[in-house]
Design a protein around this ligand. Structure first.
Ligand code: FRU
Length: 529
């Protein structure tokens, strides 16, 4: 309810604030793609203009990764939701395509998923070509304004030309609202055991599992989550998939992702997950405490790609790199928001616990332009890296391996980005507290929201003296992967002048840089198609 009121508020203010990016029906493909503005991500997907939130309908088909997304082309604040669309053949470079789904008489097109109906269960396929079917929430805004409860239902649409054009099913909605206000964000996948489609749906403070033989008729199987896990806000954008347990031949577990807003570990939106079993009907949780996929403030609505070929076998996720606390007011220009890098998800078992780990997909290597090996050695105080890396710093990828000496070990060390205005961003490990942190208190523009500035942490106790950090730093974001992906933190920042300086620091003692590699990354837009 809280969320819906909030969304309504921004919709109203959106039409007032509405400004420079009015497109008057212009297709995204008609707008010259510049991608060179201040704060414009250079290695992350962002829409050419307008508002973007959740990734939707991510699916792989015939050599193309499809990224649909919550999109409002007529403003840079949230509004009537469309599905924007982009494709990629390497998960890095994206080509903008025309809007896939427009709001209709049943409502705005909220979040959802897409599948390839290989067996033509829906009958939408033609001449042996399988249909790409999108399953989404229809959100009745007029009903919401009138104070109705049953405003969200699920609809479907299909494409038989590789997602280029879409037809909405004439009998929508396919899953009617049972009288519950929050009833949204269907994630559908084919379940081999049950030989049925399974839909995982967020319903306020729990998820419901529905099944279907044809994507058109759905029946309730079970529900999960009341009183389990984090409940600081409404549950949204769930996902359910199976992952092998690394190093344990033939062992597989089911992961249930549940995004939650607010109630994240550092405030606002975040992604929690549960690990357990799913037998085609019911999810049985085996996680004993609340687990977060990313502890930074800016990774929400994380969901995974459907139909990744078995020969590839990866589980790949993307999240929305923002937070509902301030997404509508961040100081970007003609567009708002970007996606995280695509990440490969894996499951490990440690101390009788399953942990989902994440790392950027290996395709990031295609962006690496220049490699610099950093000089290893003991760091006391500060060590400038500038001349070792490059003149224009961002975007850059860093792989750092530190170790703490047995005596005079630092209590706090890491990486600092800075500019000539005295602004800085600190990404480090605080040994006293046993946490990784991102400190953006002095990182530039932050007065747009009281919730933005701060030091945000992720607990991780070391079980040795080695600390690994893998970082992707873009014009306005950092993604930190530490301890081989056990820790992930994603945060955005808005320095008044781009960060151009970079140094390592060590407080109250020494830290050893065992090895360090920096890769200057190529912009994904330079050679944009
Ligand atoms: C999550 C969310 C979804 C909803 C969409 C609306 O960020 O609130 O639950 O479908 O955004 O844009």
């Amino acid at each position: 309810m809280k969320t819906l009121n909030f969304l309504l508020l921004i919709l109203v203010s959106g039409s007032l604030l509405f400004s420079s990016c009015k497109s008057t029906g212009t297709k995204t493909t008609d707008v010259p793609v510049q991608y060179a503005e201040q704060y414009r991500p250079q290695v992350h997907f962002s829409p050419p203009f307008g508002w973007m939130n959740d990734p939707n309908g991510m699916v792989f088909f015939e050599g193309e990764y499809h990224l649909f997304y919550q999109y409002y082309p007529d403003s840079t604040v949230w509004g009537p939701m469309h599905w924007g669309h982009a494709i990629s053949t390497d998960l890095m470079h994206w080509e903008n395509l025309p809007i896939a789904l427009y709001p209709d008489s049943l409502g705005f097109i909220f979040s959802g998923s897409a599948v390839i109906d290989v067996n033509n269960t829906s009958g939408f396929g033609k001449e042996g070509k399988p249909a790409m079917v999108a399953i989404f929430t229809l959100h009745d805004m007029a009903g919401q304004k009138a104070g109705k409860q049953n405003i969200e239902s699920q609809g479907i649409a299909y494409s038989i030309d590789k997602g280029r054009t879409w037809t909405k099913y004439e009998k929508n909605p396919v899953l009617k609202n049972p009288g519950t206000l929050d009833f949204r964000d269907p994630k559908v996948s084919w379940n081999k055991e049950a030989q049925k489609w399974i839909m995982t749906l967020a319903v306020g403070d729990h998820v419901c599992f529905y099944s279907s033989a044809n994507l058109k008729e759905w029946s309730l199987e079970s529900e999960f989550g009341k009183g389990i896990g984090a409940h600081g806000g409404v549950w949204e954008c769930p996902d359910l998939f199976q992952l092998p347990v690394s190093g344990k031949a033939d062992q597989k577990k089911w992961v249930l992702i549940v995004n939650i807003n607010p109630g994240g570990p550092n405030g606002g939106s975040a992604t929690q997950y549960f690990v357990g079993e799913f037998d085609g009907h019911k999810f049985v949780n085996e996680s004993t405490d609340t687990q977060w996929a990313d502890q930074g403030k800016d990774n929400y609505a994380t969901v995974t790609f459907s139909n990744i070929p078995e020969s590839d076998g990866r589980c790949i996720s993307i999240g929305w790199m923002s937070n509902w606390q301030y997404a509508n007011v961040v100081p970007t220009g003609v567009w708002r928001s970007a996606m995280t890098l695509p990440r490969e998800l894996k499951l490990i078992s440690e101390n009788n616990k399953y942990i989902m780990i994440s790392e950027p997909v290996k395709e990031i290597q295609v962006l690496r332009e220049r490699k610099t090996e950093l000089k290893s050695g003991v760091i006391t105080g500060k060590l400038e890296l500038d001349s070792q890396i490059s003149e224009s710093l961002l975007p850059v990828e860093l792989d750092l391996k530190f170790s703490l000496p047995a005596t005079d070990a630092s209590t706090d060390f890491g990486l600092e980005l800075y500019n000539s205005k005295g602004e800085n961003l600190l990404i480090g490990y605080d040994k006293t507290k046993g946490v990784f942190y991102i400190n953006r208190t002095n990182a530039g523009n932050s007065d747009f929201s009281k919730d933005f500035s701060g030091v945000h942490t992720s607990p991780c106790l070391l079980n040795g003296s080695a600390v690994e950090m893998h970082l992707i730093l873009d014009a306005a974001s950092v993604e930190l992967f530490a301890m081989r992906g056990k820790v992930a933190m994603t945060e955005i920042y808005f320095p008044t002048e781009e960060f151009s300086g970079i140094r390592l620091y060590s407080k109250n003692g020494n830290v050893q840089l065992d090895s360090g590699t920096a890769y200057k990354l190529n912009s994904i837009w330079k050679e944009s198609k």
